[in-house]
Design a protein around this ligand. Structure first.
Ligand SMILES: CC(C)(COP(=O)(O)OP(=O)(O)OC[C@H]1O[C@@H](n2cnc3c(N)ncnc32)[C@H](O)[C@@H]1OP(=O)(O)O)[C@@H](O)C(=O)NCCC(=O)NCCS
Length: 164
């Protein structure tokens, strides 16, 4: 009988979190392995953290993680949680680890008084789409847009917003 346990990640786990976050990016076709332990430590821990990291253990070994942060659902005028990443190492899949991570993030969503849990998924990620469908999630008819790098800078330079 295998035992799955989900808990908050420790700063000492920054290296394994970076490894898994890079593996997830590779899985969805984003190459470059940009996550480093230092990046995870700076962005996932401490008072200025941009996301909260959870890890899942299977029989005591870390085999998955989730990153989430506070969001806002303007459709219902209420606070929400945004799930950035969900990942289970290939050898540990199909044993309830992903479901346990989602349950933990959902519990955190409810505990924080939020009304919904949202996330993005690559449309080509058929396995994840089926996994989420089985959990009872529905796809919103929206597209996530993104601007970065030079285009972001050009956009930022195009207007000046008076400061109050
Ligand atoms: C998607 C992922 C998190 C699922 O984790 P997991 O630990 O394998 O999932 P579970 O064992 O909890 O499976 C829960 C249910 O989903 C189903 N499921 C899981 N992965 C599936 C897949 N690829 N295709 C079809 N069904 C799947 C399981 O069969 C199970 O169904 P059941 O409840 O009817 O038995 C994991 O496969 C993964 O990390 N994939 C690569 C990264 C990724 O795509 N992450 C999501 C980014 S948005």
């Amino acid at each position: 009988m295998t035992a799955v346990r989900v808990r908050g990640a420790f700063p000492a786990e920054a290296a394994i979190l970076a490894e898994m976050a890079n593996d997830l990016n590779d899985h969805v076709g984003i190459h470059g392995r940009l996550f480093t332990p230092e990046r995870v430590l700076a962005d996932g821990f401490g008072p200025a953290a941009a996301f909260t990291p959870l890890v899942a253990e299977l029989d005591g070994a870390v085999v998955g993680y989730a990153f989430f942060s506070a969001g806002y659902n303007t459709d219902v005028a209420a606070r929400s949680i945004f799930l950035h990443d969900l990942f289970v190492t290939a050898a540990a899949r199909g044993r309830g680890v992903g479901s346990a991570l989602m349950a933990a993030v959902a519990a955190e969503t409810v505990r924080a008084g939020c009304v919904s849990l949202e996330w993005g998924v690559h449309t080509a990620n058929a396995g994840a789409l089926e996994f989420y469908r089985r959990l009872g999630a529905v796809a919103a008819e929206v597209r996530i847009m993104s601007v970065s790098g030079e285009r972001l800078r050009a956009l930022a330079d195009a207007v000046s917003i008076p400061r109050r």
